[in-house]
Design a protein around this ligand. Structure first.
Ligand code: FAD
Length: 304
């Protein structure tokens, strides 16, 4: 809950049309789940972002960067403090020769589509990943043998205190769904991805093939946050869950997908509490049956 005096100060940084108080976050997540943010702001420029960071520091207000909310479970009581969403110039995409330059808030799939139209190969894997560029870099998103690690050459960030910095691709310490930026509170503002030239028709064929494979295997018609668990060494989470007899298992509105057991889907009015209870049940059952502890890949944020 923001005090009146804080609201007035915030409204000097950005116009009120881009600030919302006690804003439910369910519409901002692919799960369609999530309690309210004390304040949600749409930041359009880097200078505005810096002003917001200083505001949060001054008032010791926690803050959270929301990408496209496709790897998140926001808990039912929501997020205290400020939730920042990147838009405007912070979400543009531009192609210069063989480099795609995209704002942290840009859609990864849009950037991949623009690359393909420009006859650039290397982002075919990314067209079916529904997140933002910033979220994809933080998580080192990947699919079908491709990952951000392969294409990212520069990452522009604002550090926790608003200082700009640039990381080269090799400095990002990308690994399986990890990067050096996790846990640093830095904000990805812009990313440069270097690709190779290829025949646009060939790129389109490869992309369509991957999209078809996704539609065949994944429950894309229902709200979810993608794969819930990290891939345990030597196993597939979905296969272990299926082997434990949990395909279709349901708690409240949360269900282990009948199509792909690695996904939890919201089959209507699921709460975060339903999803958490289901995650715990899956972990317990799989551990008992296979001896493997599944660790969540999705980010669980906010207050229960
Ligand atoms: C149907 C479906 C399919 C999916 N398939 C895949 C897949 O094949 N491969 C894969 O890797 N993932 C997949 N995902 C998961 C998800 O799309 C990716 O992890 C994606 O990269 C998350 O991006 P986002 O913008 O949604 O991040 P969010 O979920 O909004 O946030 C994730 C984390 O990134 C942080 N973050 C977001 N933006 C920024 C920024 N600009 N600066 C700093 N931190 C930021 C957030 O604070 C949070 O900690 C899938 C999800 C769905 C729903």
């Amino acid at each position: 809950m923001l005090e009146h005096v804080h609201k007035k100060e915030l409204e000097k940084i950005m116009d009120t049309g881009r600030i919302s108080y006690d804003q439910p976050l369910a519409p901002y997540t692919s799960f369609g789940i999530g309690g309210p943010a004390d304040v949600l702001v749409q930041a359009e420029r880097e200078a505005e972002l810096q002003a917001l960071l200083h505001f949060c520091q001054k008032h010791a207000m926690p803050r959270f960067i929301l990408g496209k909310g496709t790897n998140l479970l926001v808990l039912d009581k929501g997020i205290r403090g400020m939730v920042i969403h990147l838009s405007g110039i912070l979400s543009y995409v531009e192609v210069k020769e063989n480099t795609v330059i995209a704002g942290g808030g840009a859609s990864l799939a849009d950037a991949a589509a623009q690359a393909a139209r420009a006859g650039l190969t290397g982002m075919e894997f990314a067209q079916g990943i529904p997140g933002s560029i910033g979220g994809a870099v933080i998580m080192n998103a990947g699919a079908y043998g491709g990952e951000m690690k392969d294409i990212v050459t520069r990452v522009h960030v604002l550090s926790a205190n608003g200082q700009p910095a640039v990381y080269r691709g090799v400095e990002m310490a990308f690994g399986y769904r990890v990067s050096v930026l996790q846990g640093t509170n830095a904000i990805v503002t812009k990313v440069e991805m270097t690709l190779q030239y290829d025949d646009p028709a060939e790129i389109r064929i490869r992309t369509e093939d991957l999209q078809r494979r996704r539609w065949d295997k994944q429950p894309l018609n229902l709200p979810s946050a993608g794969s819930v668990f990290r891939r345990p060494t030597g196993f597939y989470a979905g296969a272990l869950i299926e082997k434990a007899g949990l395909k279709g298992y349901r708690i409240g509105g949360a269900q282990v997908s009948e199509k792909h057991a690695g996904f939890i889907v919201n089959i209507g009015q699921a709460t975060a509490a339903d999803v958490i209870a289901l995650i715990c049940h899956i972990q317990k059952t799989v551990r008992e049956q296979s001896g493997v502890l599944l660790e969540p890949e999705i980010r669980i944020v906010g207050e229960e």
